[in-house]
Write a protein that binds this ligand. Structure first.
Ligand code: ASP
Length: 334
């Protein structure tokens, strides 16, 4: 090993599957492929120039289509990330992931990783076998971001399509476009291109070491219910009867809830179920006592978290034993 080599940072690449590890029988195919079948070594082999940026320690943590992500796998992944970051010889972690639930995993890790070192998720919209596959460049950029000193203390990041986003804010906004990811409220944190990394803004809300949240193999049951024209209270009542500890309402507009569902929300809250009002719109924030009387209903507002991210925060807050009276400040804070 020459001296250039030993002076390079060591980055752990943890593979979990997804389209970045997808394979199709035909290079022209960008749908109908099998996600999560290509192993981490083959993903790395597709990017020979990685060896100029970092020494790579590779692990295959899972081989799934991320639509099938589970809290148990989140626990395995987070535990491994925390263990690796605790090693003096590991300078950062890159996680390859499917795009479908990337925004949920990224936010969960943003709140539960306990280190200042960089953690960067990446993914691809096209399978590894596709003409113009986007995975190799995204992987190269993710390792570049993880190896960059400016990526410390930023919480969990996502490197995708030359942009760097916060794990808190990022969301998938297209079924097939290569630029599928956006951070609708604040925008990207910065960019990565041709080995250069530039940050344009910092993450202001607390994350990683500055949260009380810890990963657990089992998380409280929190379900999501949408409001829409003609919605009824049947789903809420059924979920409460089935033992849900929390509900997130994917409300219309400013988190508004169909009048036929509002009493069900109040009844659920009275029974001790934590109910969070979020919006199905895809951007913007939900105002307390704005489109629904939260004080009267006993509901909590999600701020700018979409329903899927609000669910992640509610599960972690309930797992941490945060009292119902303090839940609104959790959503105001994180
Ligand atoms: N279904 C795939 C997954 O989430 C989609 C992707 O990775 O783009 O694993």
């Amino acid at each position: 090993m020459n001296s250039l080599h030993t002076s390079l940072p060591q980055i752990a690449v943890l593979a979990t599957g997804g389209t970045i590890a997808g394979e199709a029988g035909d290079a022209a195919k960008t749908s109908g492929y099998k996600a999560g079948v290509v192993g981490v070594e083959k993903l790395l082999d597709a990017v020979p120039s990685l060896s100029q940026i970092a020494r790579i320690h590779a692990e295959q943590v899972a081989s799934i289509d991320s639509k099938d992500m589970t809290p148990a796998l989140w626990a395995t992944l987070c535990t491994r990330v925390n263990a690796l970051l605790g090693q003096d010889d590991i300078d950062g972690v890159v996680i390859t992931h499917g795009t479908d639930t990337l925004e949920e995993t990224a936010y969960l890790l943003h709140l539960t990783v306990k280190s200042d070192k960089p953690v960067v998720l990446t993914a691809a919209m096209r399978p590894s076998t596709a003409l113009s596959a986007d995975g190799p460049l995204n992987l190269l950029n993710a390792v570049t971001v993880a190896a960059h000193k400016g990526s410390w203390k930023q919480g969990v990041l996502v490197a995708f399509n030359n942009q760097i986003h916060s794990g808190r804010d990022i969301t998938k906004t297209s079924t097939y476009a290569v630029d599928a990811f956006r951070s609708p409220e604040g925008g990207a944190l910065g960019w990565v291109q041709d080995g250069q990394v530039e940050y344009q803004r910092a993450v202001v809300r607390p994350h990683t070491l500055n949260t009380p949240f810890r990963i657990a193999a089992e998380l409280p049951v929190v379900e999501i219910v949408a409001s829409y024209a003609g919605a009824s209270r049947v789903a809420i009542d059924a979920l409460v009867a089935a033992g849900a500890q929390g509900l997130v309402i994917a409300g219309t507009g400013n988190g508004s809830i169909h009048s036929t569902m509002q009493q069900a929300v109040a009844d659920a809250a009275k029974q001790g179920v934590a109910v969070v009002r979020s919006s199905r719109v895809g951007s913007g924030h939900v105002m307390r006592n704005g489109a629904a009387p939260d004080d009267a209903l006993g509901s909590i507002t999600a701020g700018s978290l979409n329903p899927y991210k609000a669910r992640v925060l509610l599960m972690l807050a309930l797992a941490a034993g945060i009292a119902p009276k303090d839940l609104q400040s959790v959503f105001d804070n994180y």
